[in-house]
Design a binder for this molecule. Structure first.
Ligand SMILES: [Zn+2]
Length: 234
């Protein structure tokens, strides 16, 4: 499905609007961990279901689906088997992103998937603009900028972390008193602890820090589990 371009700032504002709407309904001030399931059911009035989406869609790449006409968010229950709480919660928040940002673009008559009017999220189309937008919404909802910066002040005294070293370069004159790129899980874990982001994965946290310019990776090694050195004990 094609959707119009929308700025990161606007997506962040939409996520903050939703938190405010939930606070008005719930009657208390929300702080991390952000209660996404409650937001789905109480602020948006949607039903949240866990189903075997591999059976529903005949594909093992589907993470979640948002049914616009019936007001249902469905998460693949198989995520319980092989994913962390962080991955599960992020998928819920991602579907909320589709509901907030994209439901108006669903053409009820043209869709022909098995349940009609669904936005279906598959690993296969993870790089499509619609998926990127929902991912950014999820990050902004689960890790609001204000709370991230407050936690970062506690952990790092406000100064952005600039990572220039990879362990593979340790014998090539890299300085050992500066952080290595392979140590990113420790930085992410410290942030989750300091800010109470207990339902956020380390991977999502490290992406958010880079997105806000609080962590700058100048190495050619990406900060993800695939590129992590096998000799780093995390
Ligand atoms: Zn999606």
């Amino acid at each position: 499905m094609k959707v119009p371009w929308i700025s990161k700032e606007r997506i962040a504002l939409k996520a903050m609007d939703l938190i405010e709407a939930f606070q008005a309904v719930a009657g208390y001030r929300v702080k991390p961990p952000i209660p996404v399931e409650d937001i789905i059911e109480r602020a948006l009035g949607l039903r949240l279901l866990y189903e075997d989406l591999e059976k529903v869609f005949g594909s093992n790449h589907v993470l979640g689906a948002t049914y616009v006409e019936s007001g249902v968010i469905c998460i693949n229950e198989r995520l319980f088997e092989h994913s962390s709480e962080g991955r599960l919660v992020f998928t819920c928040a991602h579907e909320v992103g589709h509901w907030v940002l994209h439901r108006r673009y669903v053409d009820m008559e043209e869709t022909n998937n098995s349940k009609g009017e669904a936005i279906v999220c598959s690993l296969k189309n993870a790089k499509a603009p619609i998926e990127w937008q929902a991912d950014h919404f999820a990050a902004c909802l689960l890790m609001p900028e204000k709370e991230i910066r407050e936690a970062f002040d506690k952990v790092c005294n406000s100064e952005p972390i600039i990572i220039k070293n990879a362990m593979s370069r340790v014998n090539m004159g890299a300085r050992c008193d500066e952080p290595f790129v392979e140590q990113w899980p420790f930085i992410a874990a410290a942030m989750c602890e300091a800010g109470g982001f207990s339902n956020v994965s380390k991977q999502a946290m490290i992406i958010r820090l880079q997105d806000l310019g609080l962590l700058i990776n100048k190495t050619s090694t990406e900060m993800n589990w695939q590129t992590l050195c096998s000799n780093v004990n995390v």
